[in-house]
Ligand binder design. Structure first.
Ligand SMILES: [Zn+2]
Length: 102
């Protein structure tokens, strides 16, 4: 697959904190300056890593559950599954017009 030729630094994306559910429309630069851990500055689209705002820690993230606690399958919560689905369909799933589930 060809890499996506869009410069996401210039694009406003939904930033959804998986811990506190904060949901903001920001460019990657604005998000980074506000302390968000979010691709493309932190991590990669489609790859599980923490998706958090500047106020939240990573201990409650899907990434922590999978990488640090070795949780899988039915050990994940419904919310963690929703986060996983959203991450796997990035960046389409976080475009401003995208519907976010649930
Ligand atoms: Zn948060």
């Amino acid at each position: 697959m060809e890499p996506i030729a869009i410069d996401f630094e210039q694009i406003v994306l939904r930033h959804i904190c998986e811990v506190c559910d904060r949901d903001e429309l920001l460019t990657p630069a604005q998000a980074f300056d506000s302390g968000w851990d979010y691709p493309p500055r932190m991590g990669m689209f489609g790859v599980v890593s923490p998706r958090t705002c500047g106020n939240c820690g990573i201990e409650s993230t899907l990434w922590w559950a999978v990488a640090m606690e070795n949780r899988a399958g039915d050990e994940l919560t419904e919310k963690q599954y929703a986060v996983l689905a959203r991450i796997q369909s990035e960046p389409e799933s976080i475009l401003p017009e995208a519907e976010v589930n649930p």
